[in-house]
Design a protein around this ligand. Structure first.
Ligand SMILES: Cc1cc2nc3c(=O)[nH]c(=O)nc-3n(C[C@H](O)[C@H](O)[C@H](O)COP(=O)(O)O)c2cc1C
Length: 211
């Protein structure tokens, strides 16, 4: 199946049938999220995988009251690292030097440039906003990977981030949720959205070609 076929097949399922996504399939979807690009490669977000039905039931009750949360097989939380951003740059540079087998000092120019961009952003909140945009790229990649696997992915912004972070102990890990996604299989009988025509901007209203 081509990616475009998969994107036509997918929709944001509102009702899921409880069937489990196989472990290897789930791993491939999460690995796709890990491979998503980010600005400067800083990767200022992580994935929190919630599998337990009990925990999802508690989240559903208190923090994320949409049926996909409990009817899905797994819940993915895309969470930004809410920590000093310049320290994150230093960690990234050290990781990059180690991975590529180069001296850290050879990356000093890069380090200074990224920190300069952070100074331009002007505040921790602006950096968090920018980090959230990177997490959304990961969400899009994971959603597309799921579609290629014929797994339904329901992205959700309709939840209470503070409550969810508390329930999952994310603050203690320096994390802050920005968007969540249930994975599972559509329940076509109960889902009013199943089979509905996809609504997108028409091509001419979407692509502005400037010669
Ligand atoms: C970032 C994001 C957040 C969303 N939040 C919710 C949500 O909280 N609840 C929900 O039912 N659908 C949610 N959706 C699904 C959208 O409503 C859906 O993707 C959109 O209507 C397009 O339809 P389709 O994805 O089914 O093709 C969200 C989608 C995105 C991309």
């Amino acid at each position: 199946m081509s990616l475009n076929d998969a994107l036509h097949w997918r929709y944001a399922a509102k009702r899921l049938n409880g069937e489990q996504v196989p472990e290897e399939t789930l791993e491939r979807i999460m690995e796709a999220a890990r491979l998503a690009p980010s600005s400067f490669g800083l990767h200022p977000w992580s994935l929190v995988h919630v599998r337990s039905q009990d925990l999802r039931a508690r989240l559903h009750e208190d923090a994320a009251p949409q049926p996909q949360v409990i009817e899905g097989s797994d819940l993915l939380v895309f969470a930004v690292h809410d920590r000093d951003f310049k320290a994150q740059v230093d960690e990234h540079v050290a990781h990059m030097a180690h991975t590529r087998g180069v001296e850290e000092s050879s990356l000093d120019g890069f380090r200074d440039m990224v920190k300069g961009v952070m100074d331009q952003k002007g505040s921790h909140e602006a950096c968090l906003e920018w980090a959230a945009r990177q997490a959304y790229i990961g969400m899009g990649v994971a959603l597309s990977a799921a579609a290629l696997e014929k797994v339904d992915a329901s992205p959700m912004e309709g939840f209470y981030p503070d409550r969810l972070d508390k329930a999952l102990g994310l603050r203690e890990k320096g994390l802050k949720s920005v968007v969540i996604m249930a994975l599972g299989y559509r329940d076509t009988e109960r889902d009013p959205g199943a089979g509905r025509a996809k609504v997108r901007r028409d091509r001419e209203d979407f692509i502005y070609t400037i010669e």
